[in-house]
Design a protein around this ligand. Structure first.
Ligand code: ADP
Ligand code: MG
Length: 390
């Protein structure tokens, strides 16, 4: 039984009828442009073919009642209980319920109707691996309330409301990329987003290329501290550089030549962080014509350079991620491999000749297990559409 069938059956069992609607909202993986979203750079994600599935109907009770199938938990809440972050009985909302409740809060705050609904949801996006299971949940619920609420927003506007829910209600300081990719994904296309202007377009992803995601199974706690330190170093670089380069607002405005010229004025660590960002933004610009011409070998080289830069300059890798990447880069059919997401654990992303993807995945699993003793989770993915009613 696939997730679509499972969620229909689960809704029927819980509510004694078939759901009125089903939504599929995908996770995402980023191919290039890492740690540049908060520096006004460019990112190149795809929506993956793993998603949150939400089955729902309008509810007559005035309460929104949700069951998280993967957790076997249920809550009810309403607009009146949102600001206290409690359920209808006055108990604090469990962590997982902050995501749908946060979406309701963000929509209410924007003056958009959020009629009560009853729903069941389930996902095959792994949680906390850096594939944005949280954005998938958010985009499913924004679309659910759009379906019942009698209003309509563009996918990007829906993404911004999901980000607002995560930033201001859940309390996670994420950029716009995750919700953007989950909302705006296009089948067989890469997305190219300018994080400053929010302009975006799509680029071809050839049919004979597979995107293979490999989960190291390493989860690091306290990564938000490291993340905040990287952000602070970037801000420090802009502060110092702007005394010599008036008018720069972020590292987006600094070219590699400008950085070379003023490198000696930056503390060593700040200079390394800034160099990653400036060069990564340049790579994500160079990628556009390569992708338009379908030059996967050259594009893969940029992915490999990105990993080296995240490891040596931005220092967000760990030995397990480096091991996974080194094994992958040596395998036949691999155009490029790197850690993806914030780092310190989670997944690598690999661009692989489709005909070699199965053999690649097997060899990568075996190699990683031999080196580390851990059995990795491997997903061969394709680029899918963003959140949609099915
Ligand atoms: P990720 O990188 O996967 O987005 P996050 O920590 O940002 O990791 O989000 C994970 C959280 O999102 C989970 O702890 C849970 O609260 C919520 N979530 C994700 N998937 C589900 C699901 N299938 N059911 C319920 N909650 C989910
Ligand atoms: Mg997340």
């Amino acid at each position: 039984m696939n997730l679509h069938e499972a969620i229909l059956a689960h809704f029927q069992e819980r509510f004694g009828e078939a759901p009125a609607h089903v939504i599929r909202a995908p996770g995402r993986v980023n191919l290039l442009g890492e740690h540049v979203d908060y520096n006004d750079g460019f990112v190149l994600p795809i929506a993956i073919d793993r998603a949150t599935w939400l089955a729902f109907s309008p509810s007559e009770t005035g309460q929104t009642t949700l069951q998280a199938r993967d957790l076997s938990e249920e809550v009810s809440f309403s607009p009146e209980t949102l600001s206290a972050k409690t359920d209808s009985a006055g108990h604090p909302l469990p962590g997982w319920a902050l995501y749908p409740a946060g979406v309701m809060w963000a929509l209410q705050d924007a003056g958009l109707a959020t009629p009560a609904l009853k729903g069941v949801y389930s996902s095959n996006v792994p949680q906390g691996s850096g594939l944005s299971s949280s954005a998938a949940v958010e985009m499913a619920f924004v679309l659910a309330w759009q379906t019942l609420g009698g209003w309509e927003l563009s996918p990007m506007q829906r993404a911004l409301l999901g980000q607002k829910a995560e930033n201001n209600y859940v309390g996670v300081n994420c950029g716009i990329m995750d919700q953007f990719a989950s909302a705006c994904g296009k089948q067989d296309r890469l997305l190219h987003l300018d994080c400053r202007s929010l302009e975006w377009h799509t680029l071809p992803l050839p049919q004979d290329v597979a995107i293979v995601i490999a989960d190291t199974r390493m989860r690091r706690t306290l990564t938000s501290g490291e993340y905040n330190k990287r952000r602070a170093d970037c801000e420090e670089a802009v502060r110092i550089l702007s005394t010599k380069l008036p008018g720069i607002r972020s590292l987006r405005d600094v070219s590699v030549e400008m950085l070379d010229q003023h490198a000696s004025e930056l503390p060593e660590q700040v200079e390394k962080r800034a160099r990653h960002v400036v060069e990564e933004i340049e790579r994500s610009v160079r990628a556009i014509p390569l992708l338009e011409r379908r030059e996967m070998t050259e594009f893969g080289r940029l992915i490999n350079e990105c990993h080296a830069s995240l490891r040596d300059l931005y220092e967000v890798s760990i030995p397990e991620l480096d091991t996974m990447v080194e094994i992958a880069q040596a395998l036949p059919g691999c155009y490029g491999a790197r850690l993806t997401g914030a780092g310190f654990g989670g997944c690598t992303v690999n661009l692989v000749e489709r005909g070699q993807a199965d053999a690649f995945s097997e060899a990568l699993s075996a190699g990683y297990e031999t080196e580390t003793g851990f059995y990795p989770e491997i997903y061969i993915c394709s680029a899918s559409n963003g959140a949609e009613l099915v």
